[in-house]
Design a protein around this ligand. Structure first.
Ligand code: CU
Length: 318
């Protein structure tokens, strides 16, 4: 994957408050388990050493013991206590991590599509795809939906996974605690390109987030460069506009594929399979099937010159 400075996959690289709680609970549980393992192993070794057959064993039956109420109570009470403590802590963590949503409106609506992600910020009037931004230090409410089959949203450093189910919106809170680029992937098998349905989350300071939102809201300027003008015409007359939207281009208002209004601002194409540059744009639009076989964008019959012009147009969409 061609993504610069990205934070790859560890759940222990805690990037959200929710994951902080989950990882802390994990360590606490593990510590108890390790303690139990030591105690049990220690006792076992002690018993083996103490009660091994003596060298001068005469073969007679050892002393027979029947039950011990005190021991029975102790070894029932201790596990009960441990399980109760873990149960109560787990319930608390679940409530802290996923407090009731009530009738709060989501800050980000994520829509899973085979095999890419749509991101909407309904309160801010922004729609984009595949690469999204969050402000650090702010609890953000996500809503998940699906346009086709069940997907699952998982940014690894945020800890939790959440299914995106058709017709049944789900929610999740994410309170990012550090800036950076955090990666994830769809984690519910959803068809041929499930493995290349990647998630790219950028956590940035509030001001940077505001700037990004501002840029996303702006309608790109109409192209003036002759190649870009030709590219726009081609884009509108080829079938691109049957599937893609570009704000400010009345002919391109379809929402089958990713919104391309600010495609030039994205670092990657096709959920991170290619770096976003002229060469790759051309290769992608001429035949996306080479990069994501089975993908829902057909092989477009474009000459090199046509692809070049469309690429110049797309690159003008800042
Ligand atoms: Cu999937």
């Amino acid at each position: 994957m061609d993504i610069k400075n990205a934070d790859f996959t560890s759940i222990f690289n805690v990037a959200s408050l929710q994951n902080r709680h989950l990882v802390d609970l994990h360590w606490f549980t593990l510590a108890i388990c390790v303690l139990i393992a030591f105690v049990v192993t220690g006792l076992l070794i002690a018993v083996i050493a103490k009660f091994r057959t003596p060298e001068n064993d005469d073969g007679s039956e050892p002393r027979q013991i029947q039950g011990n109420i005190r021991l029975e109570i102790i070894w029932t009470a201790i596990p009960l206590l441990i399980v109760t403590v873990l149960g109560v802590l787990t319930a608390i963590v679940m409530l802290v991590v996923n407090p009731p949503v009530g009738n709060k409106q989501p800050d980000v609506v994520v829509i899973g599509h085979q095999w890419w992600w749509e991101y909407r910020y309904p309160k801010l009037g922004v729609t984009t795809a595949n690469e999204f931004y969050l402000p650090v230090g702010k609890n953000t409410l996500f809503e998940f939906r699906s346009a086709d089959v069940v997907h699952s949203f998982w940014v690894i450093a945020f800890g939790q996974k959440m299914d995106a189910i058709p017709g049944h919106p789900t929610n999740m809170w994410v309170h990012p605690i550090k800036t950076g680029k955090f990666l994830g992937t769809c984690s519910e098998y959803c068809g041929a390109q499930h493995g290349l349905m990647r998630i790219i989350a950028n956590v940035v300071p509030q001001e940077e987030f505001d700037t990004w939102i501002e840029k996303q809201r702006a309608v790109p300027e109409q192209p003036t460069d002759p190649a870009a003008v030709r590219g726009k015409e081609l884009f509108n007359s080829a079938t691109c506009v049957e599937c893609h939207r570009v704000a400010g281009n009345e002919d391109a208002q379809a929402l089958i594929g990713p919104d391309l209004t600010h495609i030039a601002q994205r670092e990657t194409l096709g959920t991170g399979v290619l770096a976003n540059n002229t060469e790759n744009l051309k290769k992608w639009m001429q035949n996306p099937q080479t990069f994501k076989p089975g993908v829902n964008m057909p092989k477009m019959r474009l000459t090199d010159e046509e692809a070049q012009d469309i690429a110049v147009y797309l690159e003008s969409l800042k």
